[in-house]
Design a protein around this ligand. Sequence first.
Ligand code: DC
Length: 229
Amino acid sequence: MMEQVICIDGPSGSGKGTIAKFVAEKLGWSILDSGVLYRVLAIATMNHRVDLDNESAITVLAAHLDVQFTFEQEKGSRVILEGEDVTEQLRTEETGNAASKVAYLPDVRQALLQRQQAFLQPPGLVADGRDMGTIVFPNAGLKIFLTASAEERAKRRYKQLKEQRNSVSIATLSKAIKERDERDRSRTIAPLVAAEDAVEIDTTATGIREVVEKVMILVQERFPEALRA
Ligand code: DC
């Protein structure tokens, strides 16, 4: 049975998060940024002083992850882990790299599976990540796989980090992005690959608006009722 889900997968910096947000807003569907779950788990792992390769201990943390997604009038969306606001810490490079390490562990991924699937509520869900179309929502009605050159993705991350006043050089970032991609692609469980039935869109030289337009044409084909509602 086809599910009311749009999966947007791809490597970091391919534009997944931004595109997912625009598409979800247009449709009035909810959104799952699955990377946030791995990032929150990475922070929990470090807070509890557990090593980033301790699969059994991290799996226990994953199964009991006490995380809340709240909205504050002044600050916007916040992520609360064990009562502590971790929103700022979520986006640092340290957290991203640690997230990629905990995401490498098969039992950990399994422990987060149902939590991700529970985000699907009517009228529908836009889910972004690495394995949304292959593992978490294999019956999704639409699967998109976004790509962009490593150079372009490093530039985008650099800009993002600068806005957050994080200082890091393009060269360091570029190297870190390549390492992270390699780890995400080469793991045996749920590697970063396009689902067989995914539509690939290269965003290297394509603006956000154009990519959203392309996706919305596909949405119209696959979910004609969603746009009429
Ligand atoms: O999308 P992101 O940068 O927030 O993801 C952080 C890390 O989490 C990324 O290196 C890989 C991992 N991840 C994953 O393995 N599977 C997902 N569905 C989402 C993220």
